[in-house]
Design a protein around this ligand. Structure first.
Ligand code: FAD
Length: 467
């Protein structure tokens, strides 16, 4: 337990204002100490809410001097416990939520400069108002923040066409553990002047520095979009459908999602207004989005001919092309509400994994894991176009020993299938053991060396990321 001395508290209050220095026992601090899924509840030593880069820098100088650990927190929607303390009363939570400034977008602009605390949906809306697209899109977009998106290198549903957050960041401003401000905000497309240091902060989960501002890449706004919901007899058939759409429609394919029957049933049962999309049940469903920036593009004809060929091959059993935005929204709601619907599915273990051959992996899950753990119920969905599966395993009640054995078996299988134990959610405090088990020792040693260079006192987000 860290005792924060009165002169330190006074110095912090002088920087951010006393109303933004909030005691750890205060309700606002306690809610910042709990992660989105309610799996971790920690009492922060303090909650700090700086309002500018200069304040973040001054606060970090004071905390560094006093050797007090800091947990950067964005929207706190992360799913690995990265944004909440690892221990009670020991870490200051530094919330970026007051830093919501945003530069107005010029219509012709290819970028937007935002503070790290801007909520993703607000940035999307600002881009849209200027006739541009900020394509990062995920179900938590109403509360996750740009700083958190960058710190986790967020993925989401449009990675197929636009890439992960890394590909959407042109420039960054970062405050180091000792308060040093690094300005990489120029946003030049070409700048081969040594090692591109800003890349190190993207996906570093608050362990190397605090992201305070970012220059983000904007894309042309599609003027035509088409959403298709399909049903398929197997995961292999969904992959076949993906391959067909990808080769027929190329970069117009911006999203391709897989949802299994169990997820559709959960959404239909728990989400008001949601319903089973087709007359008969099917083992797997896919949801795809086609976009074009040219008004004349006939996406519908292209989609229908691709679907017809797939139906001929028995790879697609049924399909519906959304006829208007309301219907497209209803299709997307089936996918976006899966996490919410599964909140009521008992004790849920979530595995966010990347796999090169998803059908082979799912066959192995059935043959190996479901045989070894017959009481477990799987729910599978994910961004199949980029190989990212969200494998959820539900148990009737918590069972620590069974959960540990199941998790090890799942990740061993992922490893055997040349996959990754964390595709887009990161490591946080939940997957530190997997870092030790599956990451090569040489990579871990290099990561530790980097951590020491940027944060020699180990004050940034302790207990996260590195074993
Ligand atoms: P937080 O949860 O606050 O923080 C996440 C990590 O980043 C922590 O380690 C924290 O310390 C660090 N951090 C936060 N802000 C900063 C900063 N300014 N500087 C340095 N470090 C910082 N993720 C995906 O990638 N794709 C999805 O499709 C997706 N879907 C989701 C759906 C739901 C319903 C939910 C709840 C979450 C989903 N997520 C998804 C996970 C989560 O939304 C993302 O990881 C998001 O990018 C986190 O942003 P945040 O602002 O909430 O970050």
């Amino acid at each position: 337990m860290v005792m924060i001395a009165a002169p330190v508290l006074d110095a912090l209050a002088a920087i951010v204002g006393s109303k933004h220095v909030i005691a750890g026992s205060d309700e606002r601090s306690l809610s910042c100490g709990e992660d989105w899924r309610g799996l971790v509840r920690r009492r922060p030593a303090l909650l700090l809410r700086p309002g500018s880069t200069a304040e973040v820098s001054a606060v970090m100088r004071v905390l560094h001097e006093a050797r007090i650990a800091v947990v950067p927190q964005g929207g706190n929607t992360g799913l690995c416990g990265g944004a909440v303390p690892a221990e009670d009363d020991n870490e200051v939570v530094l919330s970026l939520s007051r830093m919501r400034g945003m530069q107005a977008v010029e219509r012709s602009a290819g970028s937007i400069l935002v503070e790290a605390g801007c909520v993703l949906a607000t940035v999307q809306a600002a881009a849209l108002a200027a006739g541009r697209l900020f394509p990062l899109s995920l179900a938590a977009e109403g509360s996750c923040q740009i700083g958190g998106n960058i710190a986790t290198n967020a993925g989401g549903v449009a990675v197929l066409r636009y890439g992960t957050m890394r590909e959407l960041v042109l420039g960054l401003e970062v405050v180091l553990a000792d308060g040093t401000v690094l300005d990489f905000l120029k946003g030049l497309r070409k700048d081969n002047t040594g090692i591109d240091l800003k890349q190190l902060f993207i996906g570093s989960e608050g362990a190397l520095g605090i992201i305070t501002r970012a220059r983000l890449r904007l894309h042309p706004l599609p003027v035509r979009s088409l959403t298709v919901l399909g049903a398929a007899p197997s995961a292999a058939a969904v992959v076949q459908a993906y391959a067909a759409f990808s080769s027929q429609l190329g970069s117009r394919l911006s999203a391709f999602e897989l949802i299994d029957r169990a997820c559709i049933e959960a959404v239909a049962a728990h989400i008001p207004g949601a319903r089973d999309p087709f007359g008969a049940p099917h083992p797997f469903y896919f949801l795809l989005e086609l976009d074009d920036t040219l008004a004349g593009a006939d996406l519908e004809t292209a989609a229908e001919s691709t679907l017809a060929a797939l139906m001929e091959d028995d790879a697609v059993s049924d399909a519906a092309v959304a006829q208007n935005e309301t219907q497209a929204g209803a299709f997307w709601a089936l996918r976006e509400n899966v996490s919410e619907a599964l909140r009521g599915a008992g004790r849920l273990l979530k595995y966010d994994i990347s796999i090169p051959d998803i059908p082979a992996f799912l066959d192995a899950v059935t043959a190996d894991i479901l045989t070894a753990f017959p009481a477990v119920r799987p729910f599978v969905f994910g961004h199949i176009g980029d190989g990212n599966l969200h494998l959820n395993m539900s148990l009737a009640a918590p069972d620590a020993a069974l959960e540990a054995a199941l998790t090890e078996r799942v990740y061993d299988l992922v490893d055997a299938h040349a996959g990754s134990f964390s595709a887009e959610h990161g490591v946080g405090q939940f997957k530190v053991a997997e870092m030790a088990r599956y990451k090569p020792a040489a990579e871990l040693a290099l990561m530790r060396s980097l951590k020491t260079v940027f944060d020699p006192r180990g004050l940034l987000n302790p207990g996260k990321l590195l074993p």
